[in-house]
Design a protein around this ligand. Structure first.
Ligand code: FES
Length: 183
């Protein structure tokens, strides 16, 4: 039986997470250095690099799936910033995570246009199917459930994102079948 949702292609979800992984210090350092090189370009002055702090953290988050403590230490060294300040910045942004996430990250659009076309029922079905609340990760490390704000495709709401796959026109009855596609 096929899932009759609209798979929305050509749009990058806000965050793409690789599978959960325990990163070595070398891997974290390499991810931080690569992120700084990509986002801060030729800037060598820590003050200039700080202007790109959010893109740098976001880049590291995308590479590692979350921001481990070692990443804050390394970014702090490079940008000459206290770890506590970096941590509080990261905690403020929903797209950044300071905790490991599941192998599959399920994001559900909680903005009003999706909400009024059945999103509330889909959200309830998702929580029921995964046995998770918002921001929680399953004990087996398979799933993390999150909400996201509008990603700009309200015309096909309710919108559900699993890893890099975007589904539109989702109904509560389709939730289980969509999740079953992910091992
Ligand atoms: S409100 Fe859900 S995509 Fe815009």
């Amino acid at each position: 039986m096929s899932v009759e949702t609209t798979e929305v292609e050509g749009i990058e979800p806000a965050v793409v997470h690789p599978p959960r992984h325990a990163w070595s210090e070398e891997e974290v350092r390499a991810a931080v250095q690569a992120a700084i090189a990509r986002r801060a370009g030729a800037a060598s002055d820590p003050l200039q690099m700080r202007e790109e702090l959010i893109p740098i953290l976001s880049d590291i988050n995308q590479t590692l799936g979350y921001l481990p403590p070692e990443a804050f230490v390394e970014v702090g060294k490079q940008l000459r910033m206290p770890v506590s300040q970096l941590f509080s910045v990261a905690s403020f942004y929903q797209m950044l995570s300071t905790k490991p996430r599941g192998r599959h990250v399920v994001q559900f659009c909680e903005s009003a246009p999706c909400h009024v076309v059945g999103g509330r029922q889909v959200w309830a079905a998702l929580q029921e199917a995964l046995k998770l609340g918002p921001g929680e990760t399953s004990p087996d490390g398979k799933w993390t459930l999150q909400t996201t704000s509008c990603i700009g495709i309200c015309a096909v709401g309710p919108v559900l994102i699993v890893d890099a796959d975007i589904y539109g026109n989702v109904t509560p009855a389709q939730v289980t079948e969509i999740l079953a596609k992910y091992r």
